[in-house]
Ligand binder design. Structure first.
Ligand code: DGL
Length: 278
């Protein structure tokens, strides 16, 4: 059975894995959350590329026949380096995210002519301008907003308990207000970090309180479709015994299991600790 390797700096990439499991079920997945070196989004290009390449090589060593970079930061800053290093197909999330934004913009009442995309992402992703270049090539104007506090909120699971949720909502309100000050006519909100779909209900609540409706999209489903389209082997339906997926984290297995299981809606009993160095 073929293996798809999926990596992110944490468990945000599970948002992509969830879509992959639905679209391409009859495949073995090996997932790596590089939690010891998280966040990637506040690091330099060189460091992100070094971390991303070592994570990618680890998955190739585990038998990956195709690699999904389920991390916008690693895609934006290092996809070319990763492709140059590996000899297997490599799919990132920025191009699928752009396609998802295009589809959403076309579906807005104003149409693509009047569309403006706000991209929420990590500081490294926004500084790379990968999204604004890709969106502009697709004919979409955009405003990028760095949101460095969102990944820690997700990784700490500050999404449900009332006092913690109140903090997350206030952080989101500040970021969205700042973004809308720069782009008052924005009507598409692209979640340019694979951790952010976990904040979607809170983002929806915040947009309601700001009286600024927007189409919220992320790259997870579009990435799974891009993987399906690029797959060098046929997609088979899920049959018989399900393949055993493997999960690796570079720090706290317990935390990865706890948060990851509730997100994927299945027990992550197979999480293993791996040391990829600094
Ligand atoms: N999930 C990663 C992304 O999509 C970012 C997390 C981090 O900053 O490490 O950009």
């Amino acid at each position: 059975m073929k293996t798809i390797g999926v990596f992110d700096s944490g468990f945000g990439g599970l948002t992509v894995l969830r879509e992959l499991l639905m679209l391409i079920p009859d495949t073995r997945y090996v997932y790596l959350g590089d939690t010891a070196r998280l966040p990637y989004g506040s690091k330099s290009r060189e460091t992100i590329a070094r971390y991303a390449i070592s994570s990618a090589k680890f998955l190739v060593d585990q038998g990956a026949d195709l690699l999904v970079i389920a991390c916008n930061t690693a895609t934006a800053l290092a996809i070319d380096d990763i492709r140059a290093t590996l000899s297997i197909p490599v799919i990132g999330v920025v191009e699928p995210g752009t396609q998802a934004a295009l589809t959403a913009a076309k579906a807005t009442p104003q149409g693509i002519e009047e569309a403006h995309v706000v991209v929420l992402a990590t500081a490294a992703t926004t500084q790379s301008r990968a999204y604004s270049r890709s969106l502009s090539a697709a004919g979409l104007p955009s405003t990028e907003k760095a949101c460095p506090l969102l990944v820690p909120l997700v990784e700490e699971g500050w999404l449900e308990q009332p006092a913690q949720k109140a903090v997350a909502l206030e952080v989101l309100r500040i970021y969205l207000l700042e973004a809308l000050e720069q782009a008052p006519n924005a009507n598409v909100l692209l979640l340019g970090c694979t951790h952010y779909p976990l904040l979607k209900p809170l983002i929806e609540t915040t947009l309601k309180t700001l009286h600024h409706p927007m189409q919220i999209i992320d790259s997870a489903a579009a990435t799974a479709q891009a993987v399906a389209a690029a797959l060098p082997w046929p997609i088979a339906p899920a049959e018989g015994t399900q393949p055993e997926h493997l999960f690796y984290a570079t720090d706290s297995i317990e935390k990865f299991q706890r948060l990851g299981s509730s997100f994927l809606n299945q027990p992550l009993s197979q999480v293993r600790l791996v040391d990829l160095g600094g």
